[in-house]
Design a protein around this ligand. Structure first.
Ligand SMILES: O=C(O)c1cc(=O)[nH]c(=O)n1[C@@H]1O[C@H](COP(=O)(O)O)[C@@H](O)[C@H]1O
Length: 246
């Protein structure tokens, strides 16, 4: 791809501390604050999902941002376009970098219309889903086909980025290039438990295949030594980036 080199140059500018987006999946604002304070020397990107947002609301988002961190607000919006646009307008000036919506074109268009200053990420197919779940929903094709169709349709209308599994990362980069942010959850360091995730990948593979950011929750949150786990994952990320830097 012609612009590949330029885009890779851009990619290198993401600091290592922002490559992991740590999922603050905890039940209280206090628990979130403790984790942020323990980790934010090392991780500078945090995800606030439904559980924490319902527990802590905007003060917790603003607290994380006020410490100089980036925030991904993961509410996975899905509603009629007018409602989505009005909700996304609420994201303005809150210190949020990324917000998630479902990867359905009218929803994405409405989120972009809000012009909130926040980058909109479209969730393609949840990493907890596999071919069996798609069959149950009556989708004819493969997971990869559905991810690619959804990705194409939302990027065509200007969506800033995608949430997908790292298993699709290399296919998406090959088909769609590098001009969008790729955020991949379902990351599991070797020998950690997959839990409810089906489409998983190691940090090294995810980065090597073209992910920009890795959403990681339980492997760090539940580690016996979370900071050691962060170091191990960041080392793996740095190694995976090395061949791209020559
Ligand atoms: O949008 C997300 O962040 C997301 C999309 C997806 O397809 N799969 C997925 O796991 N996530 C989120 O990523 C995080 C993954 O957490 P762990 O499985 O604990 O690493 C959770 O907070 C999920 O809500």
């Amino acid at each position: 791809m012609k612009n590949d080199r330029k885009e890779k140059e851009k990619e290198k500018k993401i600091p290592l501390e922002e490559r992991i987006i740590f999922a603050l999946d905890v039940p209280t604002a206090d628990a979130a604050r403790e984790l942020v304070e323990a980790l934010d020397g090392r991780i500078r990107f945090f995800k606030v999902g439904l559980q924490l947002f319902l527990a802590g609301g905007w003060p917790v988002v603003e607290h994380i941002a006020s410490r100089g961190n980036r925030v991904m607000l993961d509410l996975k919006l899905y509603d009629i376009p007018a409602t989505v646009r009005l909700a996304v307008e609420q994201f303005r000036d809150r210190g949020i970098t990324f917000a998630t919506v479902h990867g359905y074109r009218p929803v994405v268009e409405a989120a972009l219309e809000a012009d909130s200053g926040v980058k909109i990420l479209a969730v393609t197919v949840l990493t907890s889903m596999g071919s069996q779940e798609l069959a149950e929903l009556n989708f004819g094709g493969t997971v990869e086909e559905l991810v690619l169709t959804r990705a194409r349709r939302v990027l065509d209308v200007g969506c800033h980025g995608l949430v997908c599994s790292a298993r699709e990362a290399s296919m998406l980069r090959h088909e769609l290039g590098r001009k969008f942010d790729m955020v991949t959850p379902g990351i599991r360091p070797a020998d950690s438990d997959a839990g409810d995730q089906q489409r998983i990948a190691t940090p090294g593979r995810a980065i090597g295949d073209g992910s920009d950011y890795l959403v990681i929750g339980r492997p760090i949150r539940d580690a016996s030594a979370p900071l050691e786990m962060v170091s191990r994952i960041q080392k793996e990320i740095a190694t995976a980036l090395e061949p791209q830097q020559d």
